[in-house]
Design a protein around this ligand. Structure first.
Ligand SMILES: [Fe+2]
Length: 358
């Protein structure tokens, strides 16, 4: 029901609204400011004894609230709903990976950062050698690059000191040369990230032909984020810039554990719910950052971590990087996890985090 109707009730109510503000009280309760699609606002009180107190709340997420209106004060309109339960969009609890007899595999190479002084050329070559020896036999038929395929130009102050290739066209040409080393039977998908020559506001369109003219015909250019159907499996890949906003907005989320952020994205069924922070969102008629369809495989990059986990049957992967620690990362005491290629078997769902650093 609408918030307006709910506030007039003397029984259990159920409303849906968007969170506009999250406050913690000194007694450990939470107060959310919530607005419904009629534009009516109310406060939602989550008591420190309610199970929902430990959940993650961020601005602009949409939630369901089951609760009861607060006591009526004489002469004043009611404005609070005391929540008994918060309902998340979430992935259905019975969602699971169903194995089939597909024999193909897909691999992910995030944050390659061609043009950076710390691009790991030798580790990349090891990976290429392995692909040449094994990819055909193992039917590794797809490779997706979820953004930051080059290091870009002018991305942060002083970046020119950390570049081995100082021209943007030359960076993409060098990338084309590196991609040509990948065996021809493999279909390649390239997405932009926040270091690429592309508008920053998400959803990002695919890279323009002015940069990709030297790419082979087995390279498909996609936007960011993108849903792909790969031999019947639904793959959602997103570079992951919003992870910065999730981490700065929620205390228990950290750069060390991007998989925990990805789980929250699935719970909220949105890649970037928070509006107006670091991650720019383009106004579009349709919300391309919403997770409408539950993917089989969900991949992000951006934070240069490497990890794999599963949530309600969805395989979540943070797809490493091919750039060693930069001066900027050293300054922030950040240790990346480079040189790891996650490979997912499309039939069995087996995930192999293949490490090329050794
Ligand atoms: Fe990156």
């Amino acid at each position: 029901m609408s918030i307006e109707k709910a506030l007039g009730m003397d029984r259990e109510v159920r409303v849906i609204g968007m969170v506009g503000d999250v406050k913690d009280t000194k007694n450990g309760h939470k107060i959310l400011a919530v607005e419904d699609d009629q534009g009516t606002r109310c406060k939602v009180l989550i008591l420190n004894t309610a199970p929902a107190i430990n959940d993650v709340y961020v601005n602009d997420q949409v939630i369901g609230i089951i609760g009861r209106p607060g006591n009526k004060e004489p002469g004043r309109k009611r404005e609070t709903i005391i929540a008994d339960q918060i309902v998340w969009p979430d992935v259905p609890s019975n969602n699971s990976w169903t194995a089939n007899d597909n024999v193909s595999s897909v691999a992910f190479l995030s944050d390659v950062h061609i043009g950076s002084c710390t691009f790991l050329e030798r580790t990349w070559e090891k990976m290429i050698k392995w692909l040449k020896q094994n990819s055909e036999e193992q039917e590794l038929n797809y490779i997706v690059l979820p953004g930051d395929v080059v290091d870009g130009i002018g991305i942060f102050p002083g970046q020119e000191q950390e570049l081995s290739i100082t021209g943007i066209y030359k960076q993409y040409e060098a990338l084309a040369e590196h991609l040509k080393e990948i065996p021809d039977h493999i279909k390649i998908v390239v997405q932009p990230g926040n270091h690429d020559a592309c508008r920053l506001a998400e959803p990002q369109p695919a890279l323009g032909s002015v940069f990709t003219g030297s790419f082979d015909s087995n390279v498909l250019l996609a936007g960011n984020p993108v849903y792909m159907n790969i031999e019947g499996r639904t793959v959602l890949t997103y570079h992951g810039r919003s992870i910065d906003d999730w981490i700065s907005g929620v205390q228990k989320l950290t750069y060390e554990n991007p998989l925990a952020v990805m789980k929250e994205m699935l719970v909220m069924r949105h890649l970037s719910p928070i509006y107006g922070q670091r991650n720019a969102l383009a106004p579009e008629k349709r919300d391309y950052l919403a997770i409408g369809t539950v993917p089989d495989i969900f991949v992000t990059g951006h934070v240069h971590g490497a990890g794999y986990s599963e949530y309600r049957g969805v395989k979540m992967i943070n797809a490493s990087t091919w750039q060693d620690q930069t001066e900027y990362q050293k300054m922030h005491n950040f240790n990346p996890d480079p040189g790891i290629m996650p490979i997912v078997h499309l039939g069995t769902g087996r995930v192999d985090m293949r490490d090329f650093r050794k």
